[in-house]
Design a protein around this ligand. Structure first.
Ligand code: IPD
Length: 245
């Protein structure tokens, strides 16, 4: 029996929070340094500091015997507990000095989300949730908004990764009728914004599990709905809402 078997979910959430804060300190300290790109593919950009940050988070979590799936160094979805890490969600924003980026750490069991930690190190906003124990921003309970009509609501989204005429037209069609449309460039923060009532709806096609895994627990524990389905080998369509729209 490994050491994680002795830790309850609240303790594991504490561990993820410490890992996220350490990683956030590192990313804040490194902001003014020149950032090395190691891969650019389509709209995706990958930085050496994504890798360095994931190593740091893995080192903090690895003391426990829970397998890890991370954006940079891979891993597997498992039936038993496993961590899902995005060392920087919103890498392009971090690269360009925009503050819409965060560290995202989830604990999953199969497809069930047990813990979600999303840390925007730029403004010290720590979103946390544990299954059946509510969702919090900097230790204050949060809940989804109570806005029930689209014409009063804010949607957050991302432009679809595949740019066919059809996908672009569908995308535009789905933006009709909302009061406000926002594109933050971070799926994890978009989920955190729905969970904390700053936005009312989030929809995006073509994102990876590590982009939204922590958001699953946060949105559910804040009283919202979140659905996700695989649209190809490893990309998902995700819809999160306050449950009223
Ligand atoms: C990106 C963000 C963004 C989404 C992109 C993702 P990354 O994640 O989540 O919101 O639109 O598709 O790749 O690469 O910065 O971790």
């Amino acid at each position: 029996m490994g050491s994680s078997s002795k830790m309850n979910l609240n303790e594991l959430k504490g561990l993820a929070e410490v890992a996220a804060r350490q990683a956030g300190d590192f990313l804040n300290q490194s902001k003014s340094e020149k950032k090395q790109v190691y891969k650019e593919e389509g709209r995706d950009i990958k930085l050496i500091i994504d890798q360095d940050t994931e190593k740091l988070i893995r080192a903090s979590l690895q003391a426990k015997d829970i397998p890890i799936l991370g954006e940079e160094y891979g891993g597997e979805i498992a039936d038993e507990k496993y961590w899902v890490i995005d060392p920087i969600d919103g890498t392009a924003n971090y690269f360009r000095g925009l503050d819409e980026c965060c560290i995202s750490i989830a604990l999953m069991e199969g497809v069930e989300a047990l813990i979600g930690v999303i840390y925007n190190f730029n403004n010290n906003q720590m979103y946390t949730a544990v299954k059946d124990h509510g969702a919090f921003l900097n230790n204050k309970k949060i809940s989804v908004s109570d806005i029930a009509s689209k014409n009063k609501a804010s949607i957050t989204t991302g432009f679809p990764a595949s740019e066919t005429i059809e996908s672009s037209m569908n995308f535009l069609e789905n933006l009709k009728g909302w009061k406000k449309v926002r594109m933050f460039g971070s799926a994890a923060l978009s989920c955190a914004y729905v969970a904390s009532g700053k936005c009312d709806y989030y929809a995006e096609k073509g994102i990876f599990l590590w982009d939204f895994a922590a958001g699953i627990c946060l949105v559910k524990e804040a009283g919202g709905n979140i659905t996700y389905s695989l649209i190809d080998k490893d990309r998902y369509e995700v819809i999160a809402s306050n449950g009223l729209i």
